[in-house]
Design a protein around this ligand. Structure first.
Ligand code: MN
Length: 252
C-alpha cells in the first residue's frame, strides 16, 4: 500500500471537550491539512470524529486532537481505522441547518409539500403520496418553486382548498457533498428532527432539472425507521392546531 493512499479513522475524544471550541478548531485544523470528514458533539459530552486523507496529515490531526484548543482538557482519543467514505470536505455536524415543514395541501389535488430551509428560502417538493417512515417505500417528490418561511408556517383556507402544517422542526444536512451543491447534483441526505418524522432521509433526483424535476424521497434504515408503517394515515393531524385537513376544510 502506497503511503499516499488515503486512509480513514473514526472515533471519540473524551474529556472536557464541549463548549471549548473543540469542533471549530478541529474543523479548521483538518481543513488546513487538506483532510475530509466531520466532527460532532455527542449527547454524552464527548466529541465524535471521522477524518480521512493522507496518513501523515491524519497523524498530525490525531496529535492535535490529543491536545485540543487551549480551554479543552482531553482525557482520551480513541480512534480506529475504518474504510474511506470519500467525503469531499471537512465539516461540523450536529448543527441545525434550518427549519423544515411538511404541509398537507388541497389544491387541484390533495398532496403533501416538503419544505427545507436552504439559504433563507424553503426549497420545496410536492409529495403526491406523502412521506413515509418505511425504508422500503420510495415516495415520488416533484420539485416546485421555492416558498417563503411564512408560507411554510401557514395553516388555513386557500382559494382552492386549504393547508395544514402536518409536521415541522429542524433538520441537519448530511451526506458527502455540502449543500446546496448536493441539491444541484440531485442527491441530498438529511436528518429531520420533527414531531412525526425523525432520522435520516434521502432525496434523489431521477428525471429533469429545476422546477418539475422528479425525485424519490426515502427513509434511511436507522432507529427511527418504521417498516410497514403508514405515518400519514396513523398521524393525520396538524402539529399546530390538532385539526385534520378534512376538519379544516369543513370549517372545524
Ligand atoms: Mn402544495
Amino acid at each position: 500500500m502506497s503511503p499516499a493512499e488515503p486512509k480513514a479513522v473514526r472515533g471519540v475524544v473524551r474529556g472536557k471537550v464541549q463548549g471549548v471550541y473543540f469542533r471549530d478548531t478541529t474543523e479548521l485544523r483538518a481543513r488546513s491539512l487538506g483532510l475530509a470528514g466531520w466532527v460532532r458533539n455527542a449527547e454524552d459530552g464527548t466529541v465524535l470524529i471521522h477524518a480521512e486523507g493522507p496518513e501523515r496529515e491524519l497523524d498530525e490531526l490525531v496529535a492535535f486532537l490529543g491536545e485540543g484548543p487551549p480551554a479543552a482538557r482531553v482525557e482520551a482519543v480513541e480512534l480506529e481505522p475504518v474504510p474511506v467514505d470519500g467525503y469531499e470536505y471537512f465539516g461540523i455536524r450536529g448543527i441545525g441547518s434550518g427549519s423544515f415543514a411538511i404541509q398537507e395541501h388541497l389544491a387541484t389535488r390533495r398532496h403533501f409539500d416538503l419544505r427545507l430551509e436552504v439559504d433563507g428560502v424553503m426549497r420545496s417538493w410536492a409529495l403526491p403520496r406523502g412521506p413515509s417512515l418505511d425504508p422500503f417505500e420510495r415516495r415520488p417528490a416533484t420539485e416546485v418553486a421555492d416558498h417563503t418561511r411564512d408560507d411554510a408556517r401557514y395553516e388555513g383556507p386557500t382559494p382552492t382548498g386549504g393547508v395544514i402544517v402536518w409536521d415541522r422542526g429542524a433538520y441537519e444536512r448530511e451526506g458527502l457533498v455540502p449543500w446546496p451543491a448536493a441539491l444541484d447534483r440531485g442527491r441530498a441526505e438529511f436528518r429531520l428532527d420533527g414531531e412525526k418524522l425523525r432520522g435520516g432521509f434521502a432525496l434523489r433526483r431521477h428525471t429533469g432539472r429545476g422546477e418539475r424535476s422528479q425525485w424519490w424521497l426515502t427513509k434511511r434504515p436507522d432507529e427511527h425507521a418504521r417498516p410497514g408503517s403508514d405515518v400519514t394515515a396513523d398521524q393525520p393531524r396538524s402539529v399546530v392546531s390538532g385539526r385534520t385537513l378534512d376538519e379544516l376544510l369543513r370549517g372545524g
